[in-house]
Write a protein that binds this ligand. Structure first.
Ligand code: ADP
Length: 346
């Protein structure tokens, strides 16, 4: 089993794996093991046996050298760090968090969880945050790639990179694979002059990997895009990215929530009214609001220097003067139109 699950490990990686597993086994018996002391009492050594779980735990920590490019993370962002987006959060809780945490129940009821989710919407609305948060809350690992990096850095090798990505995800499952800018996975010149678009080899490799994912394998792929119109329709067919989740600009309550999150560490003067700021920031994304908070803080430092103790309403007013929503009403309309369009295409 270990030989099968250590694809991409060279000899030195396997040696590290064995060592890490052994350390885990010792720690189970001696939680306070002092590795520096290098002394393990003989009675501990005698009762020591390295178990399957020790190897599985070690497998998640030892990074195989042939897969150095695939970074496994354990995100530290949770639901509490996200404001608004209630609908998207609910869909990800039910569709990703629950099945990853409790696959047995889904199996028992014969429910097949979705393999792929597509988060779409304007930039800075929290798509990456959502993907990280659902991985953290599901106690899953997180592997993320940007499609444009995949195509440029690994030119000609992108298919092998995709294979490595999925292979590593299987090793560290449960795992969320996050593919940002998934619209970029289209052939460079496939759709010019109205020719039908050709599905790229990279997309085909990814689809093959997803088709090959057995149910209950505890891997979920989350794609994100600001340009849903450009996503290869092959990715949207059933069994692939069949859950489409719109991540839009927050409403007033959502904005107040986001402002609260981003000012949590900031001393505020009593005259600062976050609800009022939320009313003044229509169409602002989470990233725009974070920027307002940052500017207000900078304004406070600029004006009061080392005397500064708190950020005032005036600081926020100045920050608001310099800020505007990155999303225009036209963009919102376009996304709303795409919602219907995507459903038809899928
Ligand atoms: P996207 O992936 O949609 O382009 P990100 O998730 O990368 O956007 O958001 C960029 C930054 O903006 C985040 O790191 C966070 O600080 C802030 N942000 C965006 N949306 C939210 C939100 N809903 N709640 C809290 N912070 C947010």
């Amino acid at each position: 089993e270990l030989a099968r699950t250590t694809h991409g490990f060279v000899g030195a990686d396997l040696a590290a794996l064995a060592r890490e597993a052994a350390i885990d086994a010792v720690r189970r018996i001696m939680p306070k093991l002092d590795l520096e002391a290098r002394t393990i009492p003989p009675e501990v050594l005698e009762s020591l046996s390295v178990e399957r779980d020790d190897f599985l735990a070690a497998l998640k920590r030892v990074q195989p050298s042939a897969m150095r490019e695939v970074m496994v993370q354990v995100p530290n962002i949770g639901w509490a760090d996200i404001g608004g987006l209630d609908n998207a959060q609910m869909k990800l809780r039910e569709g990703v968090e629950l099945p990853l945490k409790d696959p047995a129940s889904f199996h028992r009821l014969g429910i097949r969880p979705a393999k792929g989710f597509l988060l779409y919407g304007p930039p800075g609305t929290g798509k990456t945050l959502l993907a990280k948060a659902v991985a953290k809350e599901a106690e899953a690992n997180f592997i993320s790639i940007k499609s444009s990096d995949l195509l440029s850095k690994w030119y000609g090798e992108s298919e092998q990179q995709i294979a490595k990505l999925f292979s590593r995800a299987r090793q560290v499952a449960p795992c969320v694979i996050f593919i940002d800018e998934i619209d970029s996975l289209v052939p460079a010149r496939g759709n010019s002059m109205g020719e039908p678009q050709v599905t790229s080899r990279v997309v085909n490799t990814m689809l093959a990997e997803m088709d090959g994912m057995e149910d209950m394998q505890s891997i979920v792929v989350i794609g994100a895009t600001n340009r849903p119109a450009l996503v290869d329709p092959a990715l949207l067919r059933p069994g692939r990215f069949d859950e489409l989740v719109y991540v839009g600009t927050p409403d007033e309550a959502g904005r107040a929530h986001i402002l609260g999150i981003h000012t949590a560490q900031m001393p505020l003067e009593a005259d600062v009214d976050l609800d009022r700021i939320a009313r003044q920031t229509e169409r602002f994304t989470g990233a725009d609001l974070e920027d307002v908070v940052r500017r207000a803080g900078l304004s406070a430092i600029r004006k009061r220097g080392s005397e500064v103790s708190a950020v005032t309403r005036e600081d926020f007013d100045e920050a608001l003067e310099d800020s505007r929503a990155t999303v225009t009403p036209e963009m919102e309309e376009e996304y709303a139109r795409m919602k219907g369009e995507l459903k038809r295409r899928a």
